[in-house]
Design a binder for this molecule. Structure first.
Ligand code: SAH
Ligand code: SF4
Length: 382
């Protein structure tokens, strides 16, 4: 693993400290920071506002970035792109860029693997390999921005050219790597840096209550999604062992406190597994838990997102049919619980929710489209 500092790992203050140690003037830190996140320069030689000696020192005593693009796949007629990156320590992580008519979203990883081990999730099967650093998290966003710029330069249609949304729904549990995750949000949000609006961030958690409570105090209005997936503790524990530590009632209490403190609405994610958690009775039970539990006086502060399960090989689980999804949704609607079904993206390249495992054996490669040449990407403007 590289021992040189990765500039993406450094806050503006940390960068200023490093430069001070090098005997440089403080304003140099601001210049470099701007080059990294506003100009999105990836080569020190392009930082032409810096003196040559400083450029030389940066290029020999620091690195810009830590990820190596290993592979890129496209699906949904080019509108979904999945990148597999190799970390300096050899593990693979994945990020997914999804382009829509009016917006572009990147789904990024916060860990290589995941310790939470939900039974329905490809990442959970890997266990935790390691936490990502803030710079490794940020670099995935910079990849998405550069990919969009490359696409825009190569096409003349009206796809969005700028990245609008960042969702922490890739590999890993963001609140299990809270410091690095939070640092990445701050740097990407920083008006002096990437300047992405707080409301354009969404973090998804399997329900780590301490993380929910910390986020409630952070003062940034980012969106929170909570993975619920079952209406009762017995089934939730079976699907998500983390439920033993943070059972449903405690989780809903933390959610209630979060909505009171922040005034923000929370979405509950519910993966639909045929014959496991998708019966009409379970729909009614879920509606009851949400309507009568700790969130009872706050119906306007919640929303349920139903996600038909994306297949993960080696799991004795099945994806709910459209009919069962609709029947389940109906049960929630009858109780006035706002509820939508998530639109699919990237299943054929194993880029959909919960399919990220750094492997090719998930998804349906027979329908996958071209693998973009790495050359095009590496030479693309960032
Ligand atoms: N670890 C966090 C965020 C990453 S997972 C969390 O669990 O919330 C993002 C979302 O994808 C979660 O709601 C997760 O439950 C869901 N998910 C996991 N595996 C899935 C699969 N195979 N199909 C559909 N959704 C899945
Ligand atoms: Fe980890 Fe989320 Fe997958 Fe559960 S669903 S194993 S918390 S990535």
């Amino acid at each position: 693993m590289s021992v040189l500092p990765n500039l993406y790992d450094l806050s503006l203050d940390a960068l200023a400290k490093l430069l001070e140690q090098w005997g440089e003037k403080p304003f140099r830190a601001k210049q470099i920071y701007r080059q990294l996140y506003v100009e999105r320069v990836t080569d020190v030689d392009q930082m032409t506002d810096l003196p040559k000696a400083l450029r030389h020192r940066l290029s020999t005593e620091a690195t810009i970035g830590a990820l190596t693009l290993d592979r890129m796949q496209t699906g949904d007629k080019g509108l979904t792109r999945k990148a597999a990156f190799m970390l300096p320590s050899g593990e693979i992580i994945e990020s997914v860029l999804m382009i829509y008519p009016e917006r572009a979203t990147v789904c990024i990883s916060s860990q290589a693997g995941c310790a939470i081990r939900c039974s329905f999730c490809a990442t959970g099967k890997m266990g935790l390999l390691r936490n990502l650093t803030s710079g490794e998290i940020i670099e995935q966003v910079l990849w998405a921005q550069s990919t969009l710029a490359t696409i825009a330069a190569e096409s003349d249609d009206t796809q969005p050219t700028a990245l609008t949304n960042i969702v922490y729904m890739g590999m890993g549990e963001p609140f299990h790597n809270y410091e690095a995750w939070w640092e990445s949000v701050q740097r990407l949000h920083d008006p002096k840096g990437a300047n992405i609006g707080a409301r354009n961030f969404t973090v998804s958690t399997s329900g780590l209550i301490p993380g929910i409570r910390r986020l409630a105090d952070c003062g940034l209005p980012i969106n929170l999604a909570i993975s619920l997936h079952a209406p009762d503790d017995a089934l939730r524990t079976e699907l998500m062992p983390i439920n033993k530590a943070y059972p449903i009632q405690d989780l809903l209490e933390a959610t209630r406190d979060y909505t009171i403190k922040t005034g923000r609405r929370v979405s509950f994610e519910y993966v639909l597994l045929e014959g496991t958690n998708d019966s009409p009775e379970q729909g009614e039970a879920l509606a009851r838990v949400l309507r009568d539990g700790p969130m009872k006086d706050r119906p306007q502060f919640m929303h349920v997102n139903l996600i038909p399960w994306n297949p993960v090989p080696g799991t004795p689980l099945a994806r709910s049919s459209r009919k069962r999804v609709n029947a389940f949704q109906q049960k929630l609607r009858e109780q006035n619980i706002p509820c939508t079904v998530r639109v699919e993206r990237g299943t054929e390249i194993a880029a959909a929710c919960g399919q990220l495992a750094g492997a090719d054996d998930v998804g349906d490669p027979t329908t996958a489209e071209t693998v973009i040449s790495l050359e095009t990407l590496r030479t693309g403007t960032r």
